[in-house]
Write a protein that binds this ligand. Structure first.
Ligand SMILES: *Cc1c(COP(=O)(O)O)cnc(C)c1O
Ligand code: SF4
Length: 341
């Protein structure tokens, strides 16, 4: 597991046994031909899948694959993970670092853009490689601080008493192992001005087995208020195992929210978005943000125009109670918050 590099000198001596979720992650499908054959996709899809894979590798764990209908090239979960030839296109306006995050890094692994909250890159890895990801060109290799470098990040957090909230992000922060996360959260909770710990992750959905006893131990123990923001884009992502993971998190005192990305051909209809909100609520998750796509190179084919995005939200508002309506936002570099559309 590459995430060991992050805490390079955090060795506990005894090589801990690999947890079940780690095995599932190691066994994830990372080969275009295997993905196509496992899902009975026509051979004509393979060249496009391979071209996209060369730019940003495929990664699909079994637990997620099971929720995809074989033989259906339009399956909303498949479209999130299967590369298409369109990824090689370079339309104007779609760039490598659409959020200009390189300008906001006071220390290695720290992104500080907004008042009161700061984001830590707690793991460069993900449990799934989402084709629309705005971090697909992120130089993660430059974001693998050793424990000494983490100290610099922690010094920054200690020095800025205006900070109330730390957001663990990535990659996917829960791709780091529990020993590392327990250490980091232990250091964070010693910082008196910090009140909230927020975790942005796709792991409870992609590999629900990630929410195991070892995770609940450090997460349940912390004095910090806990918020987890899941990234679910379509109702089909939520099966019984995901509901169970959500229930365990809620039992541990975690507030569960969700952010989605509005994606052409995946969730760009009132029906899909309404069903997503309803299904999430059944699992104990409230909608938080619906992001319009960040203009990242290789993802232009997922773009939904602003006029349609507004229309969809208007349609949703007519259909759902207010608390099931996500906030439609865009991230504009230089702004002090996400910008409502
Ligand atoms: C999105 C984001 C946040 C969190 O913003 P909220 O509106 O509080 O959800 C914090 N830091 C960075 C760098 C972000 O991109
Ligand atoms: S899990 Fe998040 S960071 Fe990782 S590829 Fe998917 S969208 Fe990107």
């Amino acid at each position: 597991m590459q995430d060991k590099i992050i805490f390079a000198d955090a060795s506990s001596g005894a090589a801990t046994q690999q947890a079940s979720w780690q095995r599932q992650l190691s066994n994830a499908i990372r080969d275009p031909a295997e993905l196509c054959s496992r899902l009975d996709l026509p051979a004509t899809w393979l060249p496009g899948a391979s071209a996209g894979h060369a730019l940003f590798t495929i990664c699909v764990p079994e637990a997620f694959l099971h929720r995809i209908t074989p033989g259906d090239p339009h399956d909303p979960l498949l479209r999130q993970v299967l590369p298409l030839n369109e990824e090689t296109l370079t339309p104007p306006g779609f760039v490598a670092d659409p959020l200009a995050e390189a300008d906001h890094q006071p220390a290695k692994g720290v992104i500080h853009k907004y008042a009161g909250r700061v984001l830590l890159i707690a793991s460069p890895n993900c449990a799934v490689n989402c084709r629309y990801c705005f971090r697909r060109h992120f130089p993660y290799d430059e974001h693998r601080p050793s424990r000494a470098q983490w100290q610099e990040a922690l010094d920054y957090l200690r020095a800025d008493t205006s900070l109330q909230e730390v957001i663990l992000s990535g990659g996917d922060p829960l791709a780091a192992n529990d020993r590392q996360l327990a250490w980091l959260v232990g250091e964070l909770e010693k910082i008196p001005h910090l009140k909230r710990l927020r975790i942005h992750t796709r792991l409870p959905v992609v590999i629900p087995g990630r929410i195991d006893t070892a995770l609940l131990e450090w997460l349940g123990d912390t004095r910090l208020q806990k918020v987890m923001v899941l990234h679910i884009n379509h109702a089909n992502e939520i099966d019984a195992s995901v509901e169970q993971a959500c229930a365990r998190l809620k039992n541990a005192g975690v507030t569960l929210l969700n952010q989605s990305v509005l994606l052409e051909g995946i969730n760009d209809s009132v029906d899909a978005l309404a069903t997503l909100s309803e299904r999430m609520f059944e699992a104990g998750v409230l909608p938080y943000y619906l992001h319009v796509l960040d203009p990242v190179q290789g993802a232009a084919h997922f773009d939904v125009c602003d006029a349609k995005a507004r229309e969809l939200i208007a349609g949703l508002r007519e259909r759902l109670p207010g608390f099931l309506l996500p906030r439609l936002v865009r991230e504009i570099p230089g702004e002090a918050s996400k910008t409502p559309l």
